[in-house]
Write a protein that binds this ligand. Structure first.
Ligand code: 13P
Length: 291
């Protein structure tokens, strides 16, 4: 039960009006914290890694840890490569055993985005039960390989979204709707809820076929989250908040224990900090007790 297909996980969520958190981990401690939170909250979860940690640790190593932690967990857990701009690296991670891949060719012209995304979809579907997420429009901010300035961001056109999904065969779709990677500059950022609702209506009105992703989870006001779920968002990506929890907990502990050289104690602080962030998100996404 624990190792699952991402698309199925998200369709189940969309049908039952909750969403699944996709949390970007950066090391073994954050990996463990997310899995422990999900088990304790009995919530389905997606472990996400951006390209940097995948290359640093090795995609095979991360998949081995995933299989070990998820294989025995009493809840569904998927592992996804996030925002990968390189087609060949997407294929490599699929071969390593990621059961979900995001090819991000959104910065390319429409036709090129379709070609690159379709190449990854065809490959992943040929080699296994691997879900592919594609993106249309561009999401402001920095997420590892991807940097988009505010004046270059472009929201997803709903009619093009239908074309994109049809022509690429993606399993899961991420439309740019005004959310952003990193910390929002304002308390209530301008998010186009109606655009998400319209895309959902065009793609999923006869029953959920293509789950929709909300990127840029960190800092979204809580009332936005329930509204985005209502509009069809069934996967929420959260990265920056986990990175902040990791760095802040490390800094806080080391600052007050300058004579101590016990990394295990730092790990516990980091685990606890990330665990709390993830538990809170699971409440916000209404995914508690849904596993
Ligand atoms: P945040 O870093 O803003 O949480 O966004 C995460 C994300 O969308 C990863 O794809």
């Amino acid at each position: 039960m624990a190792i699952v297909n991402t698309k199925d996980l998200l369709i189940e969520a969309a049908r039952n009006e909750y969403a699944v958190g996709a949390f970007n981990i950066t090391n073994l401690v954050s990996f463990k914290a997310v899995v422990e939170a999900a088990i304790d909250k009995r919530a389905p979860v997606i472990i996400q890694t951006s390209v940097k940690p995948a290359k640093f640790f090795g995609s095979n190593v991360l998949v081995a840890i995933y299989k070990e932690l998820a294989g025995s967990a009493p809840i569904p857990i998927a592992i996804q490569l996030d925002h990968c701009t390189e087609v060949e690296y997407c294929k490599q991670c699929a071969k390593s055993g990621y059961n979900s891949i995001m090819i991000d060719a959104s910065k390319f012209p429409f036709a090129e985005n379709i070609n690159k995304t379709k190449e990854v979809v065809d490959h992943c579907h040929k080699i296994g039960n691997i879900s592919v997420e594609g993106e249309l429009g561009t999401i402001t901010g920095v997420e590892d390989q991807v940097r988009i300035a505010e004046d270059q961001s472009q929201l997803c056109n709903p009619d093009q979204a239908v074309d994109f999904v049809k022509q690429t065969g993606v399993d899961v779709f991420a439309p740019a709707i005004g959310t952003a990677h990193g910390v929002y500059k304002v308390k209530r950022p301008k998010v186009d809820f109606e655009r998400l609702g319209k895309i959902n209506q065009l793609l999923n009105s006869g029953g959920v076929k293509i789950p929709l992703v909300v990127h840029g989870g960190t800092g979204l006001p809580e009332d936005y989250i329930s509204k985005l779920i209502e509009m069809g968002g069934s996967k929420f990506n959260v990265s920056t908040e986990l990175k902040h929890a990791l760095i802040d907990a490390t800094f806080k502990y080391i600052s007050s224990h300058q004579e101590e050289y016990d990394p295990g104690k730092v790990d516990i602080q980091v685990r606890d900090a990330i665990y709390s962030v993830v538990c809170h998100w699971m409440e916000l996404l209404s995914s508690v007790d849904k596993a």
